[in-house]
Design a protein around this ligand. Structure first.
Ligand code: PMP
Ligand code: GLU
Length: 397
């Protein structure tokens, strides 16, 4: 008789704290508890009407069967046009794969390139799923600090210090979840040179590229042919087009890697939802005004939440340049009763009825993450509650 029902792989995988807290907030709200949620990294807007209409038309016309498992040609062509339009990057169809969310593209990439013991460098703070997906692929996450003192920006020097003979891949995420920080073009150029010199690959997760506030997004893949060949660009529809539930993302890069990911997809999920792909074609090829409208709304919310947070005792928060998260340092609220961000998040949920994600899941236990992808009214009400809680906690210390 085996000692455990579960594989070591499953036992070692941590639960997703972002999805976990979101589920708890929704469950409390369903019980009638008035919780203000800053948990999920999910835009509160509806998917734009023209995108929904395209998917509905395709569903009604009977586009309900299997598609090629790496995605329909029309969507690959729309992705190719988008990458050329926005980043000046040119790809062939054989270099594009569409998956069930950007998360799934990243998962399949790691499955396609890592051997057991291969190391992946991840800037810290990091999005919760990177280390877990690396471990699920048999790899070893190695962290390169992106310290608050440096605006949460990772440097080529920090990445270089983490390189060993086992290093295979570096993950970049600019704008970042959870910090909203962006890596400057100068630093990206240094990272590109380093990656080429040390013969590595880069996963560039660009899912927040359109959500920037005054600083232009640059893809590391656009720094020349050499780095382009080493970069796997990941993007999706969840954030820019508010399509989280549609489960569509994509990757562009080396043909052999893309083909290997295709084989993995063939033998696991098969294609992403057929009519969702048609909606995604419309998202990329249709009117882009909706993206700018949502971006402008996020910028206004960022300014409101930043002003409120930095006026509170015990909290300090850097101004993020992108994404829709703030990642305040809450050291000034911690005490023997509340020793870290995990206990603080629990206390805020049960005592102040505000849902935030503790920073520990992002590798930063003295921080908490708040998503401001919610209405200004909810932000103001949530900040009133947090202000009272912060005043109380500072007095308790
Ligand atoms: N990358 C980052 C940095 C994210 O925050 C998310 C969150 N959804 C994803 C990838 C995955 O997005 P999706 O699977 O919804 O396309
Ligand atoms: N990426 C979002 C977040 O960080 C959605 C949840 C998830 O996929 O982790 O909240």
């Amino acid at each position: 008789m085996k000692t455990s029902l579960l594989s070591e792989r499953a036992q070692n995988a941590l639960p997703s704290p972002t999805l976990g807290i979101t589920a708890r907030i929704k469950a409390l709200q369903a019980q009638g508890v008035n919780v203000i949620g800053f948990g999920a990294g999910e835009p509160d807007f509806d998917t734009p009407e023209h995108v929904k209409a395209a998917a509905i038309r395709s569903l009604q016309s009977g586009f309900t069967k299997y598609t090629p498992s790496s995605g329909i040609e029309a969507l690959k062509d729309a992705i190719i046009a988008k990458l050329e339009r926005d980043q000046g990057l040119r790809y062939r169809r054989s270099q594009i794969i569409v998956s069930c969310g950007a998360k799934h593209s990243i998962y399949n990439l790691l499955q396609a390139v890592l051997n057991p013991g291969d190391e992946v460098i991840i800037p810290r703070p990091y999005w919760v799923s990177y280390p877990e997906q690396v471990k699920l692929a048999g790899g070893v996450p190695i962290f390169a600090d992106a310290p608050e003192e440096n605006g949460f920006q990772v440097t080529a020097a920090a990445i270089e210090a983490a390189i060993t003979p086992r290093t295979r891949l570096v993950i970049l995420n600019s704008p970042s979840n959870p910090t909203g920080a962006m890596i400057s073009a100068e630093e990206l150029a240094r990272i590109a040179t380093l990656v080429a010199r040390r013969n590595l690959l880069v996963l560039s997760d660009e899912i927040y590229e359109h959500l920037t506030y005054g600083v232009a997004h640059v893809s590391i893949a656009s720094f020349g042919e050499e780095i382009k060949q080493r970069t796997l660009v990941v993007n999706g529809f969840s954030k820019a087009y508010s399509m989280t539930g549609w489960r569509l993302g994509y990757l562009a890069g080396d043909e052999k890697i893309v083909a290997a990911m295709g084989r993995i997809q063939d033998q696991s999920t098969s294609n992403p939802v057929s009519f969702a792909q048609v909606g995604a074609v419309e998202a990329l090829n249709g009117d882009q005004t909706c993206v700018e409208e949502m971006r402008a709304a996020f910028q206004e919310r960022r300014d409101v939440i930043m002003a409120r947070l930095n006026a509170m005792p015990g909290i300090s928060c850097l101004r993020p340049d992108g994404a829709f998260y703030v990642f305040p340092n809450v050291s000034g609220l911690l005490s023997s009763r509340i020793p870290d961000g995990d206990v603080l998040a629990e206390c805020l949920l049960t005592e102040a009825y505000i849902g935030v994600v503790p920073g520990s899941g992002f590798g930063a236990p003295r921080h908490i993450r708040l998503s401001y992808a919610t209405s200004i009214k909810a932000i103001q009400e949530g900040m009133d509650r947090l202000q009272k809680a912060a005043e109380r906690l500072v007095n308790e210390r």
